[in-house]
Design a protein around this ligand. Sequence first.
Ligand code: FMN
Length: 315
Amino acid sequence: MASMAVTIAGLELANPVMSASGTYGHGLEMRNFAGPSSLGAWVSKTVTRKPRPGNPLPRIAETEAGFLNSIGLENRGIDAYVRDVLPEMAAAHAVVLTNIGGESVEDFAELAARLDGERACHALEVNLSCPNVQGGKLPFSTSPTMAEAVIARVRAATQKPVFAKLSPNVSDIGEIARAVEAGGADGITAVNTLLGMRVDWRTRKPALNTIQGGYSGVGIKPVALRCAWTCVRAVKIPVIGCGGIACAEDVFEFLVVGCRAIQFGTASFTDPGRIGRLAAEMSALLDAHGIASVTDLIGTLHVPNTLAKVPGAPS
Ligand SMILES: Cc1cc2nc3c(=O)[nH]c(=O)nc-3n(C[C@H](O)[C@H](O)[C@H](O)COP(=O)(O)O)c2cc1C
């Protein structure tokens, strides 16, 4: 059997499969479909300082390939997360990445400091797609300066590995990747959802209450793969690929472009058990191709030298 173990930013994972934030419950409610032991790591839904009710319905809309959501970071807040979720994750021996969100740099720093002493939380994933309420409501992820500032404050507030989760809704994701690396990130998750919308032309109404929402699922895989590859080329820290992954072959595309792990999101809504079977599917596929370890695939993309440079990267 091919070896599935990977190490990323000092975290030793049984396999490279993580749940994507917000797509696999707030705790262990999905355990009957896929328990934490089948995953390399479990990533929490974004946790904020205070509870958030999320956006009004409708906040999910199907599309031809994947769906749009505008959940609005609904969660019960950091106190409930630390009290109720972390103990059950510790009891399940899960490797936990806590995804944190905030409206200001101070929010992120406070959450990081609060989680620093929590042994059941192994790393932080910083959701930079949250709007900066003090800075014109643009998401932190859209500006290298804002993204670096958030990561630097989180870095200073915790000893745990820090992953910066980037947005694809920027003109040069490599520039943002370099900024979060400069801020002290130990790794990058690429990517969050793409901005999209859908309307009912008969009623002339938008499908989502918020009009625009985050597009995810199989339709975004080519964009996510391009973003992940660009990040891999732009920085030295490891990259977790995310976006449109639905099967073992999809995972391998992300590993070949250089990702050390992946996250599985929207595909869980059509088959909630698939994420738990993914590592076994990957292992069988590696065996069929005579590849001894999943790590043998990482960063093996053949590209002509002339195309290897990322646009905008310092030479
Ligand atoms: C219903 C839903 C809720 C999500 N909630 C969060 C969230 O709370 N925090 C976050 O960083 N990303 C969130 N995401 C984005 C996913 O983690 C992931 O980055 C994105 O969906 C792309 O991966 P996928 O195509 O495999 O779903 C959410 C996605 C969906 C579909």
